[in-house]
Design a binder for this molecule. Structure first.
Ligand SMILES: C[S@@+](CC[C@H](N)C(=O)[O-])C[C@H]1O[C@@H](n2cnc3c(N)ncnc32)[C@H](O)[C@@H]1O
Length: 325
């Protein structure tokens, strides 16, 4: 996998040639080289992604910086545009990149990426199938988590979105990783014939992929759905229980509150992203007939189906007691 080459040795290769052979980890003790992706930050903390090229120029409302002024400097160096605006240069983190990369579809941001990686226990060596690839933001997090010994398969049924995912992943990692397969197709059709340790679903109707996820996962495997709304959570949960091959269904939501640090004014920021999505995870188990666990006892036990009228009847005692008429 390409990211595995992002080490000091890879970076040192660039010192002599001043041409990066691949991406270099931020914080590596090597000057910036031609071909590297960098993030420029101005005085107002606006950020710009730039690929350094010989003869290239970065243009802004406040003047230009020739790439030659950036090639050969160390991370954190400040340079000035020809109109005297200061900008600093760093190698981008994955978060920097995701916030600035081209998008075909709404992306999953780092707070949820981190919880997906830990909630679905994605670790080195895992085979993960995800759908849809969208803009490739989660793909980058999954590739980092599975490492060079793992594998990521991304289904995306829209060719235009798949092209954006391909472009973003390749741009950040320097090349299409050997351990990444991007499949243009419907996950509900292609997933069942795959074999995976984890299945991660970020699509409008994740419940449509539950039967195929049960086929792809062996007992003990984990499925996770990222869903913005409560009805989606309810339907996904219902479908998991109806399938009979999943247990330990759990839903969480993650709130990250940024803080301002300015002298004595140290307090939560006035604005935060209040809601992105719910994460619902479940473990694949054998069905009851195959020796798996019994379905859980639930407070509203309606035989596996939600009775949408139950609460309305409960709050209308007169009608329930048959006193009408
Ligand atoms: C919200 S985007 C995914 C964003 C992605 N997780 C990221 O972080 O960049 C959802 C994607 O799922 C794709 N999609 C929806 N249903 C699908 C299906 N059944 N098979 C494959 N892709 C599907 C859509 O075309 C869309 O690109």
């Amino acid at each position: 996998m390409t990211e595995a080459t992002n080490d000091a040795a890879g970076a040192n290769d660039t010192v002599g040639t001043r041409r990066a052979t691949g991406p270099v980890l931020p914080g590596t003790d090597a000057p910036l080289a031609e071909g590297e992706l960098v993030v420029l930050t101005d005085r107002k903390q606006r950020r710009y992604l730039v690929t350094l090229e010989a003869g290239g120029e970065w243009h802004s409302h406040a003047g230009l910086v020739p790439h030659e002024a950036l090639i050969g400097v160390v991370e954190g160096t400040v340079v000035r545009t020809n109109r005297n605006m200061e900008v600093s240069v760093l190698r981008p983190t994955r978060e920097d990149f995701v916030l600035k990369m081209k998008r075909g579809a709404q992306v999953i941001y780092t707070k949820d990426q981190a919880m997906i990686v830990s909630g679905a226990d994605v670790r080195p060596g895992c085979t993960v199938v995800e759908a849809g690839a969208g803009s490739g933001a989660l793909t980058l997090a999954l590739l980092a988590a599975v490492g060079p010994t793992g594998r990521v398969v991304s289904f995306e049924w829209r060719e235009d979105h798949a092209a954006v995912a391909e472009r973003n992943v390749t741009r950040f990692l320097g090349a299409h990783p050997d351990n990444w397969e991007l499949v243009v197709g419907d996950v509900t059709e292609g997933l069942a014939e795959r074999s995976a340790h984890r299945v991660i679903l970020d699509l409008l109707e994740p419940w449509t992929a539950v039967p195929a996820a049960a086929e792809a996962l062996s007992p003990g495997g984990i499925v996770l759905a990222y869903t913005p709304t409560v009805p989606q959570v309810m339907r996904f949960d219902q479908t998991l229980w109806d399938d009979g091959r999943f247990t330990s269904v759990r839903t969480t939501e993650t709130l990250v509150r940024p803080w301002d640090l300015d002298g004595l004014a140290v307090r939560p920021a006035h604005r935060m992203v209040a809601h992105t999505a719910f994460l619902t995870t479940a473990r694949r188990v054998p069905s009851r007939e195959e020796g798996g666990p019994p379905p859980p006892r639930r407070k509203a036990d309606t035989g596996g189906r939600i009775d949408w009228n139950a609460s309305a009847r409960a709050s209308a005692p007169a009608a329930a007691e048959g006193t009408e008429g």
